[in-house]
Design a protein around this ligand. Structure first.
Ligand code: SF4
Length: 391
């Protein structure tokens, strides 16, 4: 063994280099510790909206992006836990607006996509037309029926595969019979004419004879073993279209529509009629900053410029008036306030990169807050599947 003082200089240097290789670069003693310089911190956390285009739109995810400045950019679970928040801003029967704070745009977008395409609902898939003498063609009528949102919890039903018989667990049957009497005035057929048949189809498919007891049994288009209204979840909630006033067709005197519509469970990625949301969208939190005091006529000009009334005027005494940012959340980023006359030196428009204002508009099958929790479960399942496959 060679003593330290006997080692050649080159050997010592090599060992020093090996030692430093083991330590992350931001932990090296000569690297300054602390936060990023303000301009870099701004670019890291905000999208800057200039008069012609947004800049710094990308998310910097590389853990060593700021290593030379002693800042660790890696994602720490503990930091995420502390920062992540969901705040509900508005909740009605059909709409919900909430803030998701502390997440990446990719996660917000994953929820949006799951809500639109991967949450199941029930929608009319098969239409059996017994009679249609209206001017609306059969296939157009079937398409219109498919797009009617149904007020029923899809979690009570199973998916129906190609080989499955339609039964009380995978099919909902409605009938519609509307006739405009001869000599009467034109009539409008609306979605409220669809009547739920809890016992299944009433249209006869065939008649099967039993040779032994010479009785005959009629077979319909569904094979229900029990009535759907005997299920505890449906006994007090009849299944109807969510909206009564959706126009399906107009009938002239003597015209008639008689049909049966079968609804099954599906997802928006197969057809938009199964999507549980009218829209699901998000935007980054707007940030409007006055870079210096704007007073007097200029302040009034600024207030008038904004179409959504983001700015207000405050009285600062001795007859002086100053512009303030009163409602930054309403900013639509139209950029009117930074056009011309060096206004961009007075007003800065930004977006907070990890703060999302998320809006869900349900079509009516499930309340919006339930839709979001279901979307969370789906994303959780996906993550678990990835972990299982990797381990
Ligand atoms: S960008 Fe448009 S909406 Fe936003 S503060 Fe300026 S003028 Fe108002």
């Amino acid at each position: 063994m060679v003593a330290d003082n006997e080692k050649p200089e080159t050997m010592k240097e090599e060992e020093d280099v090996k030692e430093t290789e083991k330590v992350p670069v931001w932990d090296l003693p000569d690297v300054p510790k602390g936060t990023l310089p303000p301009h870099l911190q701004l670019h890291r956390t905000r999208v800057i909206c200039t008069s012609d285009a947004p800049t710094h739109t990308e998310n910097i995810r590389y853990s060593g992006a700021y290593a030379s400045m002693g800042v660790d950019n890696s994602l720490q679970l503990e930091d995420f836990r502390k920062k992540f928040k969901v705040e509900v801003i508005k909740l009605t029967e059909d709409d919900m607006e909430f803030d998701m704070i502390g997440i990446d745009a990719a996660i917000a977008n994953a929820y949006r996509r799951i809500l639109i395409a991967e949450l199941p609902t029930m929608a009319i898939e098969k239409v059996l037309i017994a009679n249609n003498t209206s001017v609306v063609q059969d296939e157009v009528l079937a398409h219109r029926l498919g797009l009617i949102p149904l007020k029923v919890d899809p979690r009570l039903f199973n998916y129906m595969s190609e080989n499955d018989e339609p039964n009380e667990k995978n099919t909902i049957v409605f009938k519609l019979h509307a006739r405009c009497e001869k000599g009467g005035s034109r009539m409008t057929v609306k979605s409220n004419e669809l009547l739920w048949l809890p016992g299944g189809s009433e249209l006869i498919l065939s008649t099967e004879s039993s040779t032994q007891d010479s009785t005959s049994k009629t077979k319909t288009y569904t094979s229900f073993n029990r009535s759907q209204d005997s299920l505890p979840e449906l006994s007090n909630n009849i299944i109807t279209p969510k909206h009564d006033e959706i126009i399906l067709a107009k009938l002239g005197p003597g015209q008639e529509i008689e049909l049966e519509a079968h609804a099954v469970k599906g997802m928006g990625k197969t057809h938009a009629k199964w999507s549980p949301v009218a829209t699901a969208w998000y935007r980054m939190l707007p940030e409007v900053v006055l870079l210096q005091d704007i007073e007097g006529e200029k302040a009034e000009e600024l207030v008038k410029t904004c179409p959504v009334k983001v700015f207000d005027i405050e009285d600062i005494g001795r007859g002086r008036k100053r512009a303030t940012v009163a409602r930054p959340r309403s900013c639509t980023l139209c950029r009117e306030c930074i056009r011309g006359d060096d206004w961009d030196k007075l007003v800065a428009l930004r977006r907070v990169k990890d703060h999302f204002i998320f809006t869900i508009e349900s079509t009516g099958a499930l309340p919006p807050e339930v839709l979001f929790t279901e979307a969370v479960k789906i994303l959780e399942d996906k993550c678990e599947r990835v972990i299982t496959e990797l381990s």
